[in-house]
Design a protein around this ligand. Structure first.
Ligand code: SF4
Length: 501
């Protein structure tokens, strides 16, 4: 019987050419997978599948792709491209195993699954910060504190994580208002971790206003880290973080000093939230952190979720305004480093670790697959389980899209591997998201379906109008250009990721 396809294949126009005609003889190299982007008028950035990069002069990508490179006259570039797996002289590179090992290393944060377990131990708070996504000013412990049976169930689920090193983080409201719950949870979790031979770390997120000597003693005994909040000098901090007496800043500074004395200098960190007011004072904010003895700062934009969304005048700003603030603050930080002081910007350091080392980064907001469930889970005060901290903030405005289930009714398997988790997984890798899949910065960026949903209404999102994309693209390109233009800055950046100051 005649093959019905044969006539079509025999047509001259449809016929496959001989193998060698796909293998240009004059410039005998093969293209390996890589992506590229223009950094500025003079520079193009090439990035391969494992995040190795080359910065070349404008027009070079076009020459590489069209096989116009000459092995002799472009000797140095040609050798760099071969060495960094951008091109190969054989169809399958001889060192393919090296690339696959590097790729596995980059994704090794997935090896052990969820590490960070957030327990929202109470929603009560004595502050009324205008950007607060969640807290409640209330004496009603029953309604807004986590119940013991939920703490027990949360610990049981946490122990089921395959991860040998888990972190239990207590959040609020103001977590220290439910300190008796924290002591109970820490002692229970430690006992269970010991039986299962797991390493466990504890973190308390607190504004430090109500911390006491007794609390610090307990934190010392159980090696608990303190994560506090500091928005800058008092005129910014007290404007952002309201409490009776208007003394949030004074209490935070006192609490930081006392915690350092008891726990050790490096056991106390601080987080900045950037409001409209902060945007006017990038240098003053950096100076304040430096003055208080911090040697790092995390320049964090406000999360566009929950109640923060309601206060347009104080909490809404354009991404371009944040980027302007970020760059000015970063300039100030670099200036400090050029004077011989070690001072690190943490968001830049996370990205730089992705750019300059083969290792993964344990930062849940810049991962692919996304940090949700894979790296972090939230057990809320009312027993509900959420995919991320931001997901529970959405729930506070009655949007339960990212609720995975309840500690009362759902098993580990249902929560972590259930239908909802599988549904979200469609949108949690930037390797497959429209716009991200061909982006040169993909290896240094991440995927965030919760952010996409909260800001754009879909899990997949729309990159050309995404503030997540705009911010990350601008910051990553800025870091590359800083390193390209000044070798001293590249050296400084290396100290930020090695800690060698
Ligand atoms: S979010 Fe933007 S910068 Fe990040 S990988 Fe996607 S397209 Fe690139």
């Amino acid at each position: 019987m005649n093959n019905p396809l044969k006539p079509a294949l025999d047509k001259k126009t449809r016929k496959f050419k001989e193998y060698n005609s796909y293998n240009l003889q004059s410039n005998n190299y093969y293209l390996l997978p890589f992506r590229f982007i223009r950094l500025d008028e003079q520079n193009e950035l090439l990035v391969n599948e494992v995040g190795d990069f080359l910065i070349v002069s404008s027009g070079t990508v076009e020459r590489i792709v069209n096989k116009k490179l000459d092995k002799i006259s472009d000797e140095e570039l040609y050798a760099d491209l071969i060495a960094a797996f951008f091109i190969s002289e054989t169809p399958i590179p001889a060192l393919l195993d090296v690339i696959s090992t590097r790729y596995r290393t980059k994704k090794s944060f997935l090896d052990h699954f969820t590490a960070l377990h957030i327990f929202v131990i109470s929603l009560r708070c004595e502050h009324t910060c205008h950007y607060c996504q969640v807290s409640r000013v209330s004496e009603n412990k029953k309604a807004f504190d986590m119940q013991r049976h939920h703490i027990d169930k949360g610990i049981d689920l946490m122990m089921k994580s395959p991860n040998p090193h888990i972190t239990m983080e207590f959040q609020g409201g103001e977590a220290l208002l439910a300190f008796e719950n924290i002591t109970y949870a820490v002692i229970q979790a430690k006992e269970k971790a010991m039986l299962l031979n797991k390493k466990i770390s504890f973190v308390i997120c607190t504004n430090l206003a109500v911390i006491t000597d007794e609390m610090l003693k307990f934190c010392k005994e159980h090696e608990i880290l303190i994560s506090s909040s500091l928005d800058g000098p008092s005129f910014i901090h007290n404007k952002n973080r309201h409490r009776n007496g208007n003394n949030s800043y004074e209490l935070a500074v006192k609490g930081i000093e006392e915690s350092r004395q008891v726990l050790g200098f490096d056991r106390v960190s601080a987080l900045l939230t950037t409001t409209n007011l902060s945007l006017l004072y990038p240098h003053e904010i950096v100076d304040e952190y430096y003055k208080l003895g911090f040697r790092n700062i995390f320049l964090r934009p406000i999360s566009p979720y929950g109640f923060a969304n309601y206060n347009e005048r104080k909490n809404h700003y354009k991404t371009s305004e944040f980027l302007d603030f970020y760059k000015k603050a970063l300039d100030k930080i670099i200036e400090l480093n050029l004077r011989g002081e070690f001072f690190r910007e943490d968001y830049a350091a996370i990205i730089l670790r992705k750019i300059l080392t083969p290792f993964p980064v344990g930062y849940v907001d810049l991962q692919s697959p996304a940090g949700m469930i894979n790296s972090v889970i939230v057990f809320n005060y009312d027993g509900k389980v959420y995919a991320t901290d931001e997901a529970r903030m959405l729930a506070e405005t009655k949007d339960y899209t990212f609720e995975l289930g309840s500690l009362d009714t759902h098993s580990y398997e249902e929560l972590f591997y259930g239908d909802k988790a599988r549904f979200f997984s469609d949108a949690w890798t930037n390797e497959s998201l429209p716009g991200c899949s061909e982006c040169a910065l993909q290896s240094y960026c991440g995927a965030d379906p919760v952010f996409n949903y909260a800001t754009q209404g879909t899990f997949i999102g729309h990159r050309p109008t995404s503030s997540f994309c705009e911010r990350n693209m601008a910051i990553i390109k800025h870091l590359f250009l800083l390193m390209e233009k000044d070798a001293r800055i590249k050296t400084i950046f290396r100290t930020w990721i090695t800690g060698n100051n």
